[in-house]
Design a protein around this ligand. Structure first.
Ligand code: UDX
Length: 431
């Protein structure tokens, strides 16, 4: 072990797990990464990286000497006193989080842990889970494990920067010694550390994501009203954002939020409230507005093109946001299926998500670049604001498209430039 480093186990090397492992290694700790997916572990052992995240491959390369990979949970508990759980907690059909992977680890503990361990929960788990786990550990008469809730707030696409320069570090735990030990892992970071109890730590994560999602649905509704009254939502958001109480972040109108966190966490918080007898009315609206927002582009297309039967629509971008290949809950999936349902042909190009897209957007013709995607199309829809779309090859697109319509689902393009090139332009909430 390095001089100031701890031996840390990471169970589950999905998005959060792998970024956490890599950044903890960067902070000088030795990490043992475990996953049940043997192909993923084999790939990581060979030096490969299973996800696309800017800077991650380089940081893994730099810290390779402090990172080992295994499929055996025993290895983790044998070598590490502090063990992070970062398995995924996908939504079930009711909106509740599926905790089977978390409890698979908990139920394996009796055979694994003879010495003292600190179990640190990074996965987003419903409020109350930490208490449930504590009760389960007590039931199994396991007294040598402390439980810590340490939620993660990183964003895909800027995950490393977010991890290493967080706005805050939240540590929920009953035992002061374990809390301080986990806090010490982050001691070189310049961020406020909130030490609290387990339910509050769990709730901070849900409430933060739900609030941000609420901000997005709010500005999307403002955008929809702006379209009716002739205001530009970007100007409105700018004016609102100067108010420090509101802030300028998360006020970008578009075709809805997606990804692995917001849709899941908002649904889960609504469900957590519902299960405890409280109807969280506001979140119900946030979810509904988001679903409707994804579909608004279809009406915009119909307004210009008439019925979409046999029309060809090109989607530019498929990932739920730029700088990631993640398609989970991406607006592109709903949009593509609505367009196909309306009888349109759908083509698509994304700079990095194409290899993963074949399964996610069935029936869509996947293309290698923008120009192939727009070939023979009646409209192009900008779905993800990838940097390479900032200046589209408009002159060449015009030569290839059948009709000259661009719907800018992220208000990313310069309307004047698009119009000057001879296209009809429509954004979201732009007069
Ligand atoms: C989010 C949270 O930001 C992060 O703290 C948490 O840990 C995980 O969930 P992430 O899902 O990676 O992170 O993406 P984020 O950048 O927050 O964007 C989420 C979605 O909201 C994207 O689909 C994005 O396009 C959309 N969005 C975001 C908007 O539509 N408008 C905005 O103003 C901001």
């Amino acid at each position: 072990m390095s001089k100031n480093g701890e031996n840390i186990g990471i169970v589950g090397v999905g998005y959060v797990g792998l970024v956490t492992a890599t950044c903890l290694a960067e902070l000088g700790h030795n990490v043992v990464c475990m996953d049940i997916d043997s192909e993923k572990i084999a790939l990581l052992t060979r030096g490969g990286v299973p996800i696309y995240e800017p800077g991650l491959a380089e940081l893994i390369g730099k810290n390779r000497g402090r990172m080992t990979f295994t499929t055996a949970l025993e290895d983790v508990f044998r070598q590490c006193e502090i063990v992070f759980i970062a398995v995924d907690t996908p939504p079930t059909f009711t909106g509740d989080a599926d905790l089977s992977r978390v409890f698979a680890v908990i139920s394996a503990l009796p055979g694994l842990s003879s010495s003292h361990h600190i179990l640190v929960m990074k996965s987003t788990v419903p409020v109350g889970t930490g208490m449930k786990i504590s009760v389960e550990l007590a039931r199994q008469e396991i007294n040598n494990i402390d439980y810590v809730s340490n939620p993660e707030f990183l964003r895909e696409g800027s995950a490393i920067g977010d991890f290493l320069n967080p706005d805050r570090i939240v540590i929920g735990c009953r035992e002061a010694a374990a809390r301080q030990r986990v806090a010490a892992l982050y001691r070189h970071m310049n961020a406020p550390v909130l030490e609290t109890n387990i339910p509050a730590a769990e709730m901070i994560k849900y409430a933060s994501n739900a609030f941000l999602a609420t901000k997005i649905s709010f500005i999307n509704e403002i955008a929809n009203v702006c379209e009716e009254i002739g205001a530009d939502v970007a100007e409105v958001a700018k004016g609102m954002g100067y108010d420090k109480r509101i802030g300028s972040h998360f006020l970008k109108a578009g075709i809805g939020f997606g990804g692995s966190c917001f849709p899941k966490d908002v649904a889960a918080l609504k469900q957590i409230a519902g299960n405890s007898g409280y109807h969280f009315q506001l979140l119900t609206a946030v979810i509904e507005v988001n679903e409707l927002q994804k579909r608004r582009v279809v009406n915009k297309l119909k307004k210009h093109l008439g019925p979409l039967t046999d029309k060809t629509i090109a989607l530019l971008g498929l990932a739920f946001k730029p700088n990631t290949n993640d398609l989970r809950e991406a607006s592109s999936i709903v949009l593509a299926s609505r367009l196909l349902g309306d009888g349109a042909y759908v083509k698509a190009y994304d700079p990095v998500a194409i290899p993963d897209a074949a399964r996610a957007v069935r029936g869509v013709l996947l293309c290698d670049d923008t120009l192939s995607a727009v070939e023979g199309s009646d409209a192009a829809v900008l779905v993800t604001e990838w940097e390479e779309f900032a200046h589209l090859p408009l002159a060449d697109m015009k030569k290839r498209m059948r009709q000259y319509l661009i719907i800018d689902g992220r208000n990313f393009l310069d309307p004047a430039e698009v119009k000057a090139a001879g296209f009809t332009y429509e954004g979201i909430g732009r007069s």
